[in-house]
Design a protein. Structure first.
Length: 94
């Protein structure tokens, strides 16, 4: 995941409407580290940091492509419970 660039991280955060603190919590790194990577102030972030950031985004449904970032599209979704049909109807209308 070290191929993540600062613009990828900013774009993925924007797509998820996450601030730096949100990403830091989900990735288990400091918000200062995120800020330094995004601003280009550090070239010393280790591989594990980039992997943690990438996994946080992938866990939230963001995928990285050669064209940028996008939300993962999954057409298979498990729905359960007595009112499962309401969720299906709600998703169909969007």
């Amino acid at each position: 995941m070290s191929t993540l660039k600062s613009n990828h991280i900013r774009a993925a955060r924007a797509l998820l409407d996450w601030n730096r603190d949100d990403l830091a919590k989900k990735a288990g790194v400091s918000a200062v580290t995120i800020a330094n990577i995004e601003s280009g102030k550090t070239d010393t972030a280790n591989q594990r940091t980039y992997e943690a950031i990438g996994k946080a985004f992938l866990g939230a449904g963001v995928v990285f492509t050669d064209k940028g970032v996008q939300e993962e599209r999954s057409w298979i979704r498990e729905v359960t419970g007595a009112d499962f049909y309401l969720e299906i109807l709600d998703r169909k209308s969007t």
